[in-house]
Structure formats: C-alpha cells, structure tokens
Design a protein around this ligand. Structure first.
Ligand code: SER
Length: 335
C-alpha cells in the first residue's frame, strides 16, 4: 500500500483525521504535514511520521511526495472564510495556489487520489432558482466570498482533473461540501464564521456564559459534529468510483440551528454538567454576518446518500453532550 499524506494536520479537521486514518491504515502509513505555524497535537506528533510543509512551496511538496511514496492526499490546509476576506492575498496563496500545487504535484508523482473539502460557502446566492433551505447539490453557484469562490474553483478542478481525457492526468479527486464543523479537540478557530458555535460551547464549559456572539440570534446555518465529518471523508475516499456521479462537490448535512437555538440546547445539556443560568450576549461582527447571510440554511445531501451511502450519526443534542463531556475531562486533565 502507498502512503497517505494529510496536509493541514494541525488544523481542526486534520487533528482528528490523522488519528482516524492511522487507526484504520496503520500508524506508519499516514504522514501528518503541518506548516509549522500551529503546532501539531501531541498525539499526532508522537504517534507516527510528521513533516513540515508549506503548501505554497511546490518543490518541497514534490520532494515530500516522492520521498514518502504517497499515493493518497487528504488536502486539509486552507484559510477559512473570515481570514480569507481579511487577507485576500494569503487566501489566494493558500486556497488556490496550495490546491493547484497539490493537484499538479500529484500528477507528477503518481499520486492516485486527492481528497479535498469544499464548503457550504460554495453555494449561493439564493432566490427563485436556488432555495436557501435544502439547497440542491447541483445548482447555480455564484458565491460572494473569497473563500466560497476558491471552493467553487476547487470543485471545478476536481471535475477537470478527474475527467481529463489525457491518460497521464490520472487523478481521482473527491470532496464534500462541509457545513460548519463542531469540535472539542482543537480550540475554536477565529478565522471561521461558523466557529461561533464552538466558542459558545467552549465558553459555556469554561466560563458558564458566552458574551460575544458575532452573528444575529436568528442566523441559521448548517452544522455537523467532527466525527461525522471524518466519517464522510473516509467513506467518500473508499467509495466505488463507478458509483460516483460527482467528484468534489457532494453536499453533506447533519443539522441546522441559529445562535438562539444552540443557546437553548447548551442551557438544557449544560444543566447536566453543573452549568446553570447560561447567558449569551452579542457582539455583532458585520463581516461574519455578511458571510453567514450569503450561506444556505440547510443542504440537500441526497446525492451523497445514494452514491456512497452517506448518513450522519450525531444529533445536535448528543453532539453538545459529547463536547461538554470531553471539555470537562480536558479541563480536569483526564484526557
Ligand atoms: N466553517 C467554515 C467557515 O466558517 C466554512 O466552511 O469559514
């Protein structure tokens, strides 16, 4: 078996994807690559091979693929929506050039498969043609954020490289459109828009209140717990290619909520962890609000369900319970 490279291994997805892949395919077979800006989690750095890799450095990437005999890449490094608005050039370098480097270096080094996440940000705007609720998989896409435009471009590249008529371009590129991802393992990411939900749950456990919700109380967004996101990536990577009618653009959905609704669940579940009188207050951020308003309320994931058997395991209430349980244990240094 060839080896697997995970870029962005210090990030929110990478931090949970690497251990899951190592458990499944063997610790020595999964190489965790981080840029060095954020340290890798201890369990990742100590349990298997790691390399330092700046995804915008094409020759270093080529070297790494050849040196380690990589045949599958999970390309998780990316700059999230808020940061890509604030720093367009860095967004371009990481989100466009980084992915282009991965695709081209893969062809040059006989990598067979690249898994790359897209996002809810690739959808929109909404109206008669494209509903905001249950947004179809295949619809008109003209997003209005730098991040979303890069994601549409990634989806187009997935089609281009996977269906290339030239035999030498033998690359199988696959990806899902992730909703906001909930996770307790890494700290919330200030670069994102959906991360308010992580901040709310972390702050509920650490401080008993959340005082800076950047989005309005009724802003509805699709979300998912990280274990479901990891399952989606691995199941799609393993799916029978003959059954796949799409490449890098599968909607995957779990649940949707507003800040007010999440606060209600945090209050209810939090009472089991001794959190009483949970308070939420707002510190509205116009950039994040504009980004969130341009995204779907919920997504229709029937293509993923029928083409590769996608189905989420986690409800919102179970997610919040599990996150609080783990965050409490982490606070008490039990994990
Ligand atoms: N979670 C991402 C963000 O908020 C969207 O994919 O930027």
């Amino acid at each position: 078996m060839g080896k697997i490279l995970v870029t962005g291994a210090a990030g929110q997805i990478g931090s949970e994807l690497v251990p899951a892949l190592r458990k499944k395919y063997g610790y020595e077979n999964v190489i965790a690559a981080g840029s060095g800006r954020t340290p890798l989690a201890r369990d990742i750095a100590e349990a298997g091979p790691v390399i330092s890799l700046d995804i915008t450095d094409y020759s270093r990437l080529q070297e790494a693929l050849a040196e380690h005999g990589i045949d599958t890449i999970y390309h998780m490094s990316g700059l999230l929506s808020k940061s890509a608005e604030d720093n367009r050039r860095l967004g371009f370098n990481v989100n466009y050039l980084g992915l282009f480097n991965v695709l081209e270096a893969s062809i040059a080094n006989n990598v067979g498969k690249v898994i790359v996440p897209s996002s809810i940000a690739a959808l929109g705007p909404f109206g008669m043609e494209t509903p905001r609720q249950n947004t179809p998989n295949d619809t008109r896409q003209r997003p209005r954020t730098m991040y979303g435009m890069a994601k549409v471009n990634g989806e187009l590249w997935a089609d281009y490289y996977s269906e290339h008529e030239d035999q030498e371009v033998n690359l199988d590129v696959r990806g899902v459109r992730f909703p906001g991802l909930l996770t307790w393992k890494t700290d919330p990411n200030p670069a994102g828009t959906t991360d308010y939900a992580n901040y709310m749950i972390f702050d509920a456990v650490r401080k008993g209140r959340y005082l800076e919700c950047p989005l309005g109380a009724d802003t509805r967004l699709p979300m998912m717990y990280m274990p479901d996101a990891i399952k989606a990536l691995i199941n799609l990577a393993e799916a029978d290619r003959k059954r796949l009618e799409h490449h890098g653009d599968y909607n995957v959905a779990a649940y949707s909520f507003t800040p007010d609704e999440l606060a209600g669940v945090v209050r209810k579940v939090g009472s089991q962890f001794g959190i009483s009188d949970f308070q939420m207050e707002f510190k509205l951020d116009p950039v994040r609000q504009r980004i969130a308003d341009s995204w779907a309320d919920s997504m229709d994931d029937s293509a993923a369900r029928s083409e590769w058997g996608w189905k989420p395991d986690w409800s919102l209430e179970r997610t919040v319970y599990d996150m609080m349980d783990n965050l409490v244990k982490k606070q008490e240094h039990k994990i």
